[in-house]
Ligand binder design. Structure first.
Ligand SMILES: [Zn+2]
Length: 431
Protein backbone atom coordinates (compact mmCIF):
# COMPACT_ATOMS: atom_id res chain seq x y z
CA UNK A 1 0.00 0.00 0.00
CA UNK A 2 1.25 3.45 -0.85
CA UNK A 3 -0.55 5.24 1.99
CA UNK A 4 -1.45 2.51 4.52
CA UNK A 5 -2.47 5.06 7.17
CA UNK A 6 -5.36 6.04 4.90
CA UNK A 7 -5.90 2.81 2.97
CA UNK A 8 -6.29 0.78 6.19
CA UNK A 9 -8.74 3.22 7.81
CA UNK A 10 -11.81 1.65 9.44
CA UNK A 11 -15.26 2.69 8.09
CA UNK A 12 -16.02 4.96 11.08
CA UNK A 13 -12.71 6.82 10.64
CA UNK A 14 -13.29 7.26 6.90
CA UNK A 15 -16.82 8.57 7.55
CA UNK A 16 -15.51 11.04 10.15
CA UNK A 17 -12.83 12.33 7.78
CA UNK A 18 -15.35 12.58 4.92
CA UNK A 19 -17.80 14.60 7.00
CA UNK A 20 -15.10 17.02 8.20
CA UNK A 21 -13.93 17.56 4.63
CA UNK A 22 -17.48 17.76 3.30
CA UNK A 23 -18.44 20.62 5.63
CA UNK A 24 -15.35 22.58 4.61
CA UNK A 25 -15.96 21.87 0.92
CA UNK A 26 -19.57 23.09 1.05
CA UNK A 27 -18.46 26.42 2.50
CA UNK A 28 -15.52 26.62 0.04
CA UNK A 29 -17.62 25.94 -3.06
CA UNK A 30 -20.33 28.36 -1.92
CA UNK A 31 -17.92 31.20 -1.23
CA UNK A 32 -15.62 30.76 -4.22
CA UNK A 33 -17.75 29.49 -7.11
CA UNK A 34 -20.62 31.77 -8.20
CA UNK A 35 -22.19 28.79 -10.01
CA UNK A 36 -22.56 26.92 -6.69
CA UNK A 37 -23.70 29.99 -4.72
CA UNK A 38 -26.51 30.36 -7.25
CA UNK A 39 -27.38 26.64 -7.11
CA UNK A 40 -27.51 26.70 -3.29
CA UNK A 41 -29.76 29.76 -3.31
CA UNK A 42 -32.09 28.16 -5.88
CA UNK A 43 -32.31 25.02 -3.72
CA UNK A 44 -32.87 27.19 -0.66
CA UNK A 45 -29.96 25.74 1.30
CA UNK A 46 -26.98 27.19 3.17
CA UNK A 47 -23.58 25.47 3.29
CA UNK A 48 -24.09 24.81 7.04
CA UNK A 49 -27.22 22.78 6.29
CA UNK A 50 -24.93 20.02 5.03
CA UNK A 51 -23.39 18.49 8.15
CA UNK A 52 -22.75 14.96 6.93
CA UNK A 53 -23.13 12.63 3.95
CA UNK A 54 -26.72 11.98 5.15
CA UNK A 55 -27.64 15.53 4.10
CA UNK A 56 -26.29 15.19 0.57
CA UNK A 57 -29.71 14.57 -0.99
CA UNK A 58 -30.46 18.30 -0.41
CA UNK A 59 -27.57 19.39 -2.66
CA UNK A 60 -28.40 19.86 -6.37
CA UNK A 61 -26.60 17.67 -8.93
CA UNK A 62 -23.87 18.91 -11.25
CA UNK A 63 -23.95 17.52 -14.82
CA UNK A 64 -21.56 17.54 -17.76
CA UNK A 65 -23.54 20.31 -19.46
CA UNK A 66 -22.87 22.60 -16.48
CA UNK A 67 -19.16 22.31 -17.35
CA UNK A 68 -19.84 22.89 -21.04
CA UNK A 69 -21.90 25.98 -20.20
CA UNK A 70 -18.77 27.39 -18.54
CA UNK A 71 -16.38 26.61 -21.42
CA UNK A 72 -13.43 27.17 -21.54
CA UNK A 73 -12.32 28.04 -18.02
CA UNK A 74 -14.90 26.00 -16.18
CA UNK A 75 -16.31 26.62 -12.76
CA UNK A 76 -13.02 27.66 -11.19
CA UNK A 77 -12.77 28.47 -7.49
CA UNK A 78 -9.32 30.09 -7.80
CA UNK A 79 -7.89 32.85 -10.04
CA UNK A 80 -6.74 31.52 -13.43
CA UNK A 81 -3.13 32.42 -12.50
CA UNK A 82 -3.19 29.72 -9.80
CA UNK A 83 -3.94 26.99 -12.33
CA UNK A 84 -0.75 25.15 -13.27
CA UNK A 85 -2.28 22.67 -15.74
CA UNK A 86 -5.37 22.12 -17.86
CA UNK A 87 -6.72 18.88 -19.29
CA UNK A 88 -9.67 18.61 -21.63
CA UNK A 89 -12.01 16.02 -23.10
CA UNK A 90 -11.68 15.46 -26.85
CA UNK A 91 -14.96 17.22 -27.58
CA UNK A 92 -15.98 14.58 -30.13
CA UNK A 93 -19.49 14.54 -28.68
CA UNK A 94 -19.90 18.32 -28.28
CA UNK A 95 -18.21 21.22 -26.54
CA UNK A 96 -15.12 19.90 -24.71
CA UNK A 97 -15.02 19.90 -20.91
CA UNK A 98 -11.91 21.63 -19.60
CA UNK A 99 -10.58 20.87 -16.10
CA UNK A 100 -7.99 22.99 -14.24
CA UNK A 101 -5.56 21.86 -11.51
CA UNK A 102 -3.70 23.87 -8.88
CA UNK A 103 -0.27 22.67 -7.72
CA UNK A 104 -1.91 21.08 -4.68
CA UNK A 105 -4.49 19.34 -6.90
CA UNK A 106 -1.70 17.80 -8.97
CA UNK A 107 -0.01 16.58 -5.78
CA UNK A 108 -3.28 15.01 -4.59
CA UNK A 109 -3.88 13.37 -7.97
CA UNK A 110 -0.33 11.96 -8.06
CA UNK A 111 -0.82 10.44 -4.58
CA UNK A 112 -4.12 8.90 -5.69
CA UNK A 113 -2.43 7.52 -8.81
CA UNK A 114 0.46 6.09 -6.75
CA UNK A 115 -2.14 4.32 -4.56
CA UNK A 116 -3.96 3.15 -7.69
CA UNK A 117 -0.88 1.69 -9.33
CA UNK A 118 0.25 0.05 -6.06
CA UNK A 119 -3.24 -1.37 -5.37
CA UNK A 120 -2.82 -4.71 -7.23
CA UNK A 121 0.80 -5.06 -6.01
CA UNK A 122 2.99 -2.94 -8.33
CA UNK A 123 5.98 -1.55 -6.40
CA UNK A 124 9.38 0.14 -6.65
CA UNK A 125 11.52 -1.99 -8.93
CA UNK A 126 8.74 -2.58 -11.44
CA UNK A 127 9.10 -1.25 -15.00
CA UNK A 128 5.93 0.37 -16.33
CA UNK A 129 5.34 0.93 -20.03
CA UNK A 130 2.77 3.70 -20.11
CA UNK A 131 0.78 3.29 -23.34
CA UNK A 132 -1.97 5.76 -22.42
CA UNK A 133 -1.99 8.92 -24.55
CA UNK A 134 0.10 11.82 -23.27
CA UNK A 135 -1.50 15.20 -23.83
CA UNK A 136 -4.91 16.68 -23.16
CA UNK A 137 -6.20 13.21 -22.24
CA UNK A 138 -5.63 12.55 -18.52
CA UNK A 139 -4.47 8.92 -18.87
CA UNK A 140 -0.84 9.48 -19.90
CA UNK A 141 0.27 12.15 -17.45
CA UNK A 142 -1.92 10.74 -14.65
CA UNK A 143 -0.24 7.32 -14.71
CA UNK A 144 3.15 8.90 -15.38
CA UNK A 145 3.34 11.08 -12.26
CA UNK A 146 1.71 8.43 -10.05
CA UNK A 147 4.23 5.80 -11.11
CA UNK A 148 7.18 8.17 -10.58
CA UNK A 149 5.91 9.02 -7.09
CA UNK A 150 5.63 5.32 -6.29
CA UNK A 151 9.22 4.83 -7.47
CA UNK A 152 8.42 2.70 -10.50
CA UNK A 153 10.62 3.02 -13.62
CA UNK A 154 8.38 4.61 -16.24
CA UNK A 155 8.77 4.13 -20.01
CA UNK A 156 6.56 6.86 -21.52
CA UNK A 157 5.83 5.24 -24.91
CA UNK A 158 2.35 6.81 -25.19
CA UNK A 159 -0.01 5.35 -27.82
CA UNK A 160 0.70 3.91 -31.26
CA UNK A 161 3.57 2.17 -33.05
CA UNK A 162 2.69 -1.33 -31.90
CA UNK A 163 5.90 -2.94 -33.28
CA UNK A 164 8.02 -0.57 -31.22
CA UNK A 165 5.83 -1.15 -28.16
CA UNK A 166 6.50 -4.90 -28.46
CA UNK A 167 10.24 -4.50 -28.99
CA UNK A 168 10.54 -2.22 -25.96
CA UNK A 169 8.40 -4.62 -23.93
CA UNK A 170 10.82 -7.45 -24.67
CA UNK A 171 14.14 -5.57 -24.62
CA UNK A 172 13.48 -3.51 -21.51
CA UNK A 173 11.74 -6.36 -19.66
CA UNK A 174 8.59 -4.35 -18.97
CA UNK A 175 6.68 -5.75 -15.95
CA UNK A 176 3.63 -3.45 -16.06
CA UNK A 177 1.60 -2.16 -19.00
CA UNK A 178 -0.98 0.60 -18.70
CA UNK A 179 -3.44 0.99 -21.61
CA UNK A 180 -7.03 0.38 -22.69
CA UNK A 181 -8.19 -3.26 -22.45
CA UNK A 182 -9.00 -3.34 -26.18
CA UNK A 183 -5.43 -2.29 -27.00
CA UNK A 184 -4.11 -5.01 -24.67
CA UNK A 185 -6.07 -7.57 -26.71
CA UNK A 186 -4.65 -6.13 -29.90
CA UNK A 187 -1.10 -6.16 -28.47
CA UNK A 188 -1.37 -9.86 -27.69
CA UNK A 189 -2.53 -10.60 -31.25
CA UNK A 190 0.16 -8.39 -32.82
CA UNK A 191 2.83 -10.01 -30.62
CA UNK A 192 2.05 -13.44 -32.08
CA UNK A 193 2.03 -12.00 -35.63
CA UNK A 194 5.47 -10.52 -35.01
CA UNK A 195 6.78 -13.91 -33.93
CA UNK A 196 6.88 -13.34 -30.16
CA UNK A 197 5.78 -15.93 -27.64
CA UNK A 198 4.23 -13.50 -25.12
CA UNK A 199 4.48 -15.72 -22.04
CA UNK A 200 8.14 -16.62 -22.72
CA UNK A 201 9.48 -13.48 -24.36
CA UNK A 202 7.86 -10.92 -22.11
CA UNK A 203 8.24 -10.35 -18.38
CA UNK A 204 4.76 -8.89 -17.82
CA UNK A 205 3.13 -9.20 -14.38
CA UNK A 206 0.47 -6.49 -14.22
CA UNK A 207 -1.87 -4.80 -16.70
CA UNK A 208 -3.58 -1.60 -15.54
CA UNK A 209 -6.56 -1.27 -17.85
CA UNK A 210 -9.12 1.52 -17.95
CA UNK A 211 -10.98 4.15 -19.98
CA UNK A 212 -13.36 1.50 -21.37
CA UNK A 213 -15.98 -0.87 -19.97
CA UNK A 214 -14.80 -4.47 -20.43
CA UNK A 215 -16.11 -7.90 -19.54
CA UNK A 216 -14.81 -10.68 -17.27
CA UNK A 217 -14.27 -12.77 -20.41
CA UNK A 218 -12.05 -10.04 -21.87
CA UNK A 219 -10.04 -10.16 -18.64
CA UNK A 220 -9.56 -13.94 -18.97
CA UNK A 221 -8.44 -13.61 -22.58
CA UNK A 222 -5.91 -10.87 -21.83
CA UNK A 223 -4.53 -12.76 -18.84
CA UNK A 224 -4.22 -16.00 -20.82
CA UNK A 225 -2.66 -14.34 -23.85
CA UNK A 226 -0.12 -12.11 -22.11
CA UNK A 227 0.51 -14.07 -18.90
CA UNK A 228 -0.21 -11.16 -16.56
CA UNK A 229 -2.84 -10.14 -14.00
CA UNK A 230 -5.35 -7.72 -15.58
CA UNK A 231 -6.76 -5.05 -13.25
CA UNK A 232 -9.57 -2.58 -13.81
CA UNK A 233 -8.99 1.15 -13.16
CA UNK A 234 -11.80 3.68 -12.98
CA UNK A 235 -11.73 7.41 -13.38
CA UNK A 236 -13.25 10.37 -15.15
CA UNK A 237 -11.50 13.32 -16.72
CA UNK A 238 -13.86 15.63 -14.79
CA UNK A 239 -12.63 14.12 -11.48
CA UNK A 240 -8.85 14.53 -11.96
CA UNK A 241 -8.78 11.61 -14.47
CA UNK A 242 -7.82 8.00 -13.66
CA UNK A 243 -7.25 7.30 -9.96
CA UNK A 244 -10.81 7.41 -8.61
CA UNK A 245 -11.08 3.66 -8.00
CA UNK A 246 -8.89 0.59 -8.56
CA UNK A 247 -8.94 -3.18 -8.20
CA UNK A 248 -6.62 -4.84 -5.69
CA UNK A 249 -4.93 -8.22 -6.12
CA UNK A 250 -8.24 -10.00 -5.32
CA UNK A 251 -9.94 -8.66 -8.47
CA UNK A 252 -13.20 -8.33 -6.61
CA UNK A 253 -14.46 -4.81 -7.18
CA UNK A 254 -12.69 -1.45 -7.41
CA UNK A 255 -11.75 0.40 -4.23
CA UNK A 256 -12.88 4.04 -4.35
CA UNK A 257 -10.50 6.46 -2.63
CA UNK A 258 -13.29 7.62 -0.34
CA UNK A 259 -11.11 10.02 1.66
CA UNK A 260 -11.15 12.19 -1.50
CA UNK A 261 -14.43 11.21 -3.19
CA UNK A 262 -17.84 10.89 -1.57
CA UNK A 263 -19.84 8.41 -3.65
CA UNK A 264 -23.59 7.82 -3.94
CA UNK A 265 -25.73 5.69 -6.26
CA UNK A 266 -28.94 7.22 -7.53
CA UNK A 267 -31.91 6.16 -9.61
CA UNK A 268 -31.00 7.73 -13.00
CA UNK A 269 -34.65 8.51 -13.73
CA UNK A 270 -35.80 10.06 -10.45
CA UNK A 271 -32.48 11.19 -8.92
CA UNK A 272 -33.42 9.42 -5.69
CA UNK A 273 -30.52 8.11 -3.55
CA UNK A 274 -30.39 4.30 -3.54
CA UNK A 275 -29.35 2.02 -0.69
CA UNK A 276 -25.90 0.42 -0.97
CA UNK A 277 -26.08 -2.74 -3.03
CA UNK A 278 -28.72 -1.41 -5.43
CA UNK A 279 -27.57 -0.81 -8.99
CA UNK A 280 -27.70 2.81 -10.07
CA UNK A 281 -25.82 5.79 -11.47
CA UNK A 282 -22.60 6.74 -9.68
CA UNK A 283 -22.50 10.29 -8.32
CA UNK A 284 -19.29 11.79 -6.88
CA UNK A 285 -18.52 14.77 -4.66
CA UNK A 286 -14.88 15.83 -4.61
CA UNK A 287 -13.84 16.49 -1.04
CA UNK A 288 -10.64 18.53 -1.39
CA UNK A 289 -10.12 19.76 -4.95
CA UNK A 290 -9.08 23.43 -4.95
CA UNK A 291 -9.27 24.55 -8.56
CA UNK A 292 -12.62 23.10 -9.52
CA UNK A 293 -14.85 21.66 -6.82
CA UNK A 294 -17.55 19.31 -8.09
CA UNK A 295 -20.56 18.55 -5.92
CA UNK A 296 -22.76 15.53 -6.69
CA UNK A 297 -21.37 15.11 -10.19
CA UNK A 298 -23.46 12.68 -12.25
CA UNK A 299 -21.19 10.24 -14.10
CA UNK A 300 -23.83 8.39 -16.19
CA UNK A 301 -21.96 5.19 -15.22
CA UNK A 302 -24.13 2.41 -13.83
CA UNK A 303 -22.81 0.14 -11.06
CA UNK A 304 -23.47 -1.33 -7.62
CA UNK A 305 -21.44 -0.52 -4.51
CA UNK A 306 -20.23 -2.78 -1.71
CA UNK A 307 -19.15 -1.54 1.70
CA UNK A 308 -17.89 -4.86 3.01
CA UNK A 309 -14.27 -5.29 4.05
CA UNK A 310 -12.07 -6.71 1.29
CA UNK A 311 -9.54 -9.50 1.85
CA UNK A 312 -6.79 -6.97 1.14
CA UNK A 313 -7.64 -5.15 4.39
CA UNK A 314 -9.14 -2.08 2.78
CA UNK A 315 -12.62 -0.92 3.78
CA UNK A 316 -12.85 1.68 1.02
CA UNK A 317 -16.23 1.27 -0.72
CA UNK A 318 -15.97 -0.93 -3.79
CA UNK A 319 -17.57 -0.50 -7.20
CA UNK A 320 -18.66 -4.00 -8.17
CA UNK A 321 -17.67 -3.65 -11.81
CA UNK A 322 -19.03 -0.89 -14.00
CA UNK A 323 -21.50 -2.55 -16.36
CA UNK A 324 -21.30 0.36 -18.74
CA UNK A 325 -21.97 4.00 -19.21
CA UNK A 326 -25.66 4.79 -19.56
CA UNK A 327 -24.62 6.62 -22.75
CA UNK A 328 -23.32 3.28 -24.14
CA UNK A 329 -26.58 1.49 -23.48
CA UNK A 330 -28.39 0.58 -26.67
CA UNK A 331 -32.15 0.55 -26.75
CA UNK A 332 -33.19 -1.97 -29.39
CA UNK A 333 -36.90 -2.33 -29.92
CA UNK A 334 -37.48 -1.09 -26.38
CA UNK A 335 -34.98 -3.51 -24.80
CA UNK A 336 -31.89 -2.21 -22.95
CA UNK A 337 -28.65 -3.83 -24.13
CA UNK A 338 -25.10 -3.20 -22.97
CA UNK A 339 -22.31 -4.00 -25.45
CA UNK A 340 -20.37 -5.59 -22.55
CA UNK A 341 -23.13 -8.22 -22.19
CA UNK A 342 -22.64 -9.19 -25.83
CA UNK A 343 -18.85 -9.23 -25.41
CA UNK A 344 -19.18 -11.64 -22.47
CA UNK A 345 -21.00 -14.18 -24.69
CA UNK A 346 -18.70 -13.75 -27.72
CA UNK A 347 -15.50 -14.08 -25.71
CA UNK A 348 -16.77 -17.24 -24.02
CA UNK A 349 -17.08 -18.93 -27.41
CA UNK A 350 -13.75 -20.62 -28.23
CA UNK A 351 -14.23 -20.54 -32.01
CA UNK A 352 -14.40 -16.72 -32.02
CA UNK A 353 -11.56 -14.18 -32.08
CA UNK A 354 -11.11 -11.01 -30.01
CA UNK A 355 -12.62 -8.50 -32.41
CA UNK A 356 -16.26 -7.72 -32.98
CA UNK A 357 -18.52 -4.84 -33.97
CA UNK A 358 -22.19 -4.27 -33.28
CA UNK A 359 -24.22 -2.56 -36.00
CA UNK A 360 -27.65 -1.17 -35.30
CA UNK A 361 -29.98 0.23 -37.94
CA UNK A 362 -33.68 0.71 -38.46
CA UNK A 363 -35.83 -0.33 -41.40
CA UNK A 364 -39.31 -0.72 -40.01
CA UNK A 365 -37.95 -2.07 -36.75
CA UNK A 366 -34.57 -1.82 -35.03
CA UNK A 367 -32.12 -4.42 -36.28
CA UNK A 368 -28.88 -5.51 -34.71
CA UNK A 369 -26.07 -7.22 -36.58
CA UNK A 370 -23.00 -8.54 -34.78
CA UNK A 371 -19.94 -8.95 -36.97
CA UNK A 372 -17.36 -11.09 -35.23
CA UNK A 373 -14.07 -12.57 -36.37
CA UNK A 374 -13.45 -16.30 -36.16
CA UNK A 375 -10.31 -17.39 -34.33
CA UNK A 376 -7.41 -18.24 -36.70
CA UNK A 377 -7.81 -21.94 -35.80
CA UNK A 378 -11.57 -21.98 -36.46
CA UNK A 379 -11.07 -20.11 -39.76
CA UNK A 380 -8.90 -22.92 -41.20
CA UNK A 381 -10.98 -25.73 -39.63
CA UNK A 382 -12.67 -27.45 -42.59
CA UNK A 383 -15.03 -29.36 -40.29
CA UNK A 384 -16.42 -26.22 -38.66
CA UNK A 385 -20.22 -26.16 -38.91
CA UNK A 386 -20.86 -22.44 -39.12
CA UNK A 387 -24.64 -22.81 -38.96
CA UNK A 388 -24.42 -24.77 -35.71
CA UNK A 389 -21.92 -22.28 -34.29
CA UNK A 390 -24.19 -19.33 -35.06
CA UNK A 391 -27.12 -21.14 -33.49
CA UNK A 392 -25.10 -21.80 -30.32
CA UNK A 393 -24.06 -18.12 -30.08
CA UNK A 394 -27.65 -16.99 -30.63
CA UNK A 395 -29.02 -19.32 -27.93
CA UNK A 396 -26.53 -17.84 -25.45
CA UNK A 397 -27.19 -14.26 -26.55
CA UNK A 398 -30.96 -14.51 -26.40
CA UNK A 399 -30.76 -15.77 -22.82
CA UNK A 400 -28.74 -12.68 -21.87
CA UNK A 401 -30.03 -9.80 -24.00
CA UNK A 402 -33.50 -11.14 -24.92
CA UNK A 403 -33.42 -9.87 -28.53
CA UNK A 404 -32.14 -11.97 -31.44
CA UNK A 405 -29.48 -10.26 -33.54
CA UNK A 406 -28.06 -11.35 -36.89
CA UNK A 407 -24.57 -12.88 -36.64
CA UNK A 408 -21.91 -12.60 -39.34
CA UNK A 409 -18.71 -14.60 -38.99
CA UNK A 410 -15.68 -12.84 -40.48
CA UNK A 411 -12.19 -13.87 -41.50
CA UNK A 412 -9.58 -13.05 -38.82
CA UNK A 413 -8.08 -9.52 -39.01
CA UNK A 414 -10.82 -7.93 -41.09
CA UNK A 415 -12.03 -5.51 -38.40
CA UNK A 416 -9.90 -2.41 -38.05
CA UNK A 417 -7.78 -2.34 -34.86
CA UNK A 418 -7.67 0.80 -32.72
CA UNK A 419 -4.79 2.09 -30.61
CA UNK A 420 -7.01 3.73 -28.00
CA UNK A 421 -10.66 3.14 -27.30
CA UNK A 422 -12.11 0.53 -29.65
CA UNK A 423 -15.12 1.27 -31.85
CA UNK A 424 -17.41 -1.58 -30.80
CA UNK A 425 -20.78 -0.08 -31.72
CA UNK A 426 -21.89 1.52 -34.98
CA UNK A 427 -25.38 2.94 -34.51
CA UNK A 428 -26.67 3.90 -37.95
CA UNK A 429 -29.96 5.11 -36.47
CA UNK A 430 -28.14 8.23 -35.33
CA UNK A 431 -26.85 9.26 -38.75
ZN1 LIG B 1 -9.21 -5.17 -1.89
Amino acid sequence: MFEPEIEKMKPEAIAKLQNERLKKMMRYAYENVPFYKKKFKEANIEPDDIKSSEDMHKVPFTVKNDLRDHYPYGILAVPREDIVRFHSSSGTTGIPTVVGYTRKDLETWSRLMARTIACPGVKKGDIMQNIYGYGLFTGGLGFHYGAELLGVSVIPTSTGNTKRQLKIMKDMKTTVIACTPSYALYLSEAAIDEGYKPKEDFNLKYGLFGAEAWSEEARKKIQDNLGLGAYDCYGLSELYGPGVAMECQHQNGLHIWTDEFLVETIDPETGEVLEPGKRGELVFTMLTREAMPLLRYRTRDLATLSQEECECGRYHTRIMRVSGRSDDMLIIGGVNVFPSQIEEVLFKTPELGDQYQIYVDRKKLDRMTIKVELSPEAWVDKDLDKGALIKRILDELVSVIVIKPKIELLEPKTIERSVGKAVRVVDLRKS
